[in-house]
Design a protein around this ligand. Sequence first.
Ligand code: BT5
Length: 241
Amino acid sequence: MRTGPPLGHRIVHEPEAASTNDLARDLAARGAEEGTVARADVQRAGRGRQGRAWASPAGGLWFSVVLRPEAPVSRWGLLPLAVGLGVATALQARGARALVKWPNDVLVDGRKVAGVLCEARPPAFVVAGVGVNANVDVDALPDEARRVAGSLLARGGPHDLDALLRDVLSDVDAAYRALERGDVESVLASYRKNSATLGARVRTASGVDGRAIDVLEDGRLLVEHAAGARVTLAADDVHLA
Ligand code: BT5
């Protein structure tokens, strides 16, 4: 069983970066240990999935952590879900009604307060990037983000970003270690319990229109069409409407 250092045992903190995922990737490529964190107060070119932009002004918590999973690469598809679950758990402990929207958005009262971007270089490492709109003024975000975004400021603040980072890392660590132990079921059970997607209608640009009924062991979403046909969706190829 993994007994490595806790996530965040080393934190490289910059005032500004293009993307902390790039910083962490470079650290990992040079041999940084698992748990190394790259953090920036502002990102000039924060990324979402599939080339989308992630607005990263001052006031947010923007960081990336280096993971070196021992679990087989075939199981790495669950990592983004585990990270999103860890983030949601940390926000819940602060009194926010946080839920995960498959695959890895974190919603509070239906608004996207956090996002996760995992980038893998198998079999060596994964960089898990986390953005949390902690002390971010949603009205100051670009239009595209403002339409969906929420902020922890809606519940008061300002929030202590160092403390938030510590708590998020600790909850992500717990979910990650469970996966590494092979305890996929407990992570999935917790993910299902905290899901904003299961039971909801799911539509994709590729023509899927049904109800989300489960999240599977490889992280895929199982969707049932009204006529009963079932399809599975992979996080990489869909953006839920
Ligand atoms: C994500 O992508 O949600 C992953 C976001 C990961 C950000 C972290 S910050 C640290 C690390 N370094 C990086 O460069 N990235 C990671 P996706 O599911 O593709 O969502 C992107 C969409 O979210 C955009 O198209 C906008 O609609 C919306 N968006 C952009 N900025 C946002 C923000 N600050 N808050 C909420 N929504 C935002």
